[in-house]
Design a protein around this ligand. Structure first.
Ligand code: NDP
Ligand code: MG
Length: 399
C-alpha cells in the first residue's frame, strides 16, 4: 500500500505511546513529526527510535534541552517549539495522517489546522470536538478532511455502522442508515460500588486507578466522575450527526463491549475486544484494512461476567450535567468542558475534593450567560471566561 506519513500531536502521552507501539509493528507508516509539552526525556527516546523530521516542545528552554540531548546521541530530528509550530507540523504538506492526542483544549488549534489542510485525522482529543462541535464538523466537510474516531466507544460505533471510505459518518443521518439508537457503554469507573457518602473523601490515587483502562490522569479522573462519558455523549452527537435522544448511556463494568448500535429491525451490533487503545488506533490507522496491534485476543471462556445497568445520576451528576449541556447548546458544552479541566486539575493538586468537581462545573455553567458562539474566536472567549469563573469559584471555596 501507499506509505503513510504521520504527525502525532501528544506523542509522549498514553495515546501517543500506544500509537508509536502500533507503528513499530507496521513499517509502512513513517513518522514525520512528534509533539510533547515538557517531557523531553521521553521525546528524546522517541526521536532516537523513530527519527522524525521534527519534534515540537512547549517552549524554548525545553526545546533547547532536547536539542542538546539529541546532539549528544547523534539524533537528526529538528526541534521546534510553541503553539504555532504545532499547527505547522500538523498541516505540513509532507503529512498524510495526524493523530490528535493532546489532552484538553490545547489540542483544538493544531487539530483544526490539520482539518483545514485536508488531512486524515485520527481524533483522540475529544475536548476539541466538544468545544467546537458544529464548526469542527463543518470544516471537516468543507476541506474534505477524513475524520476517524480513536475514542474506543466512538471507534466501536464507527465499526458497527455501515460505513466505508466513501461515506463518512457525519454525512448521513442515523435514520438514513436504519439506526434506532447508539448505545454508549462505560465501565462506571472505580467508584461504581463505593458508598455515596464516602465520595467526598476519595483520594487522587483512588480516582486515577481505573479498573480496566490505563490512561492519562485527566481522563482517568473524568472516568471516575463519568464526565468522560458525558464528553463522549457530546462527541458522539457531532461525530455521528445525531440528536441527544438517539444516544443512551449504559454501564458495562467489564469494558469488553466498547459500544453498540441498535438497528430498526431489532439487531444490535457490538464491537468487542480487550480494553487496549491499540485496537482502535490500529483500526483507524489502517482503515479500511486491518493491521496487527499487538493486542491479546479476547478469551470468552475466561470471562466470568458480562453485565449491564443504567447509570445512577446521584453517583454521576457530571454525566447528567454534560447531557443537559448537550441539549442546551455549544456555549454550554464549551463551559462545562473548560470548567471541568480546571476543576480536575485542582482536584489532582489536592486543592478541591472529588465531589467539588461537580459543584465547580455546575456553578460555572450557571454563572455564564449562554450566547451561542458562531466563530472559533467566540468559542475560545467562552472557554476562557469559563476557566476564569471556575478558578474564582475554587479560590472562594479555599477561603
Ligand atoms: P496524557 O496526559 O497521557 O498525554 C497528553 C499529551 O499531550 C502528552 O504528550 C503531553 O505532553 C501533551 N500535552 C499536554 N498538555 C499540552 C499542551 N498544553 N500543549 C501541547 N501538548 C500538551 O493524555 P492521554 O493520552 O490519556 O489523552 C490524550 C487525549 O486522548 C485526551 O483528549 C483524552 O481524552 C483522549 N483519550 C484518551 C484515551 C486513553 O486511553 N488515554 C482514551 C480515549 C480518549 P507531555 O507528556 O510533555 O506533558
Ligand atoms: Mg472512551
Amino acid at each position: 500500500g501507499q506509505q503513510q506519513r504521520i504527525c502525532i500531536l501528544g506523542s509522549t502521552g498514553s495515546i501517543g505511546v500506544s500509537t508509536l507501539d502500533v507503528i513499530s509493528r507496521n513499517p509502512d507508516v513513517s513518522v514525520y513529526a512528534l509533539t510533547a509539552h515538557h517531557n523531553h526525556q521521553l521525546m528524546l527516546t522517541q526521536c532516537l527510535a523513530f527519527s522524525p523530521r521534527y519534534a515540537v516542545m512547549a517552549d524554548e528552554a525545553t526545546a533547547a534541552e532536547l536539542t542538546r540531548n539529541l546532539k549528544l546521541h547523534g539524533g537528526t530530528t529538528e526541534v521546534l517549539f510553541g503553539p504555532q509550530a504545532l499547527c505547522d507540523v500538523a498541516s505540513s504538506t509532507d503529512v498524510t495522517v495526524v493523530m490528535a492526542a493532546i489532552v484538553g483544549a490545547a489540542g483544538l488549534a493544531p487539530t483544526l489546522a490539520a482539518v483545514e489542510a485536508s488531512k486524515k485525522i485520527l481524533l483522540a482529543n475529544k475536548e476539541a470536538l466538544v468545544m467546537s462541535g458544529q464548526l469542527f464538523i463543518e470544516k471537516v466537510k468543507q476541506h474534505k478532511a477524513v475524520l476517524l474516531p480513536i475514542d474506543s466507544e466512538h471507534n466501536a460505533i464507527f465499526q458497527a455502522l455501515p460505513f466505508n471510505e466513501q461515506t463518512p459518518c457525519y454525512e448521513q443521518t442515523l435514520s438514513q442508515l436504519g439506526v434506532s439508537k447508539i448505545l454508549l457503554t462505560g465501565s462506571g469507573g472505580p467508584f461504581l460500588e463505593r458508598a455515596l457518602s464516602t465520595l467526598p473523601d476519595v483520594t487522587v490515587q483512588e480516582a486515577v486507578a481505573h479498573p480496566n483502562w490505563s490512561m492519562g490522569q485527566k481522563i482517568s479522573v473524568d472516568s471516575a466522575t463519568m464526565m468522560n462519558k458525558g464528553l463522549e455523549f457530546i462527541e458522539a452527537k457531532w461525530m455521528f450527526n445525531c440528536q441527544a435522544s438517539d444516544i443512551e448511556v449504559i454501564i458495562h463494568p467489564q469494558s469488553i463491549i466498547h459500544s453498540m448500535v441498535q438497528y430498526r429491525d431489532g439487531s444490535v451490533i457490538a464491537q468487542m475486544g480487550n480494553p487496549d487503545m491499540r485496537t482502535p488506533i490500529a483500526h483507524a490507522l489502517a482503515f479500511p484494512k486491518r493491521i496487527d496491534a499487538g493486542v491479546e485476543p479476547l478469551d470468552f471462556s475466561s470471562l466470568a461476567q458480562f453485565s449491564f445497568c443504567k447509570p445512577d445520576y446521584a453517583r454521576y451528576p457530571n454525566l447528567q450535567l454534560a447531557i443537559s449541556a448537550c441539549d442546551i447548546g455549544q456555549a454550554a458544552t464549551t463551559i462545562v468542558n473548560a470548567a471541568n479541566e480546571i476543576a480536575v486539575a485542582a482536584f489532582l493538586t489536592g486543592t478541591i475534593r472529588f465531589t467539588d468537581i461537580y459543584r465547580i462545573n455546575y456553578e460555572t455553567l450557571n454563572q455564564i450567560k449562554l450566547d451561542e458562539p458562531t466563530s472559533l474566536e467566540q468559542i475560545i472567549a467562552i472557554d476562557a471566561e469559563a476557566r476564569r469563573v471556575a478558578e474564582q469559584l475554587i479560590k472562594q471555596g479555599a477561603n
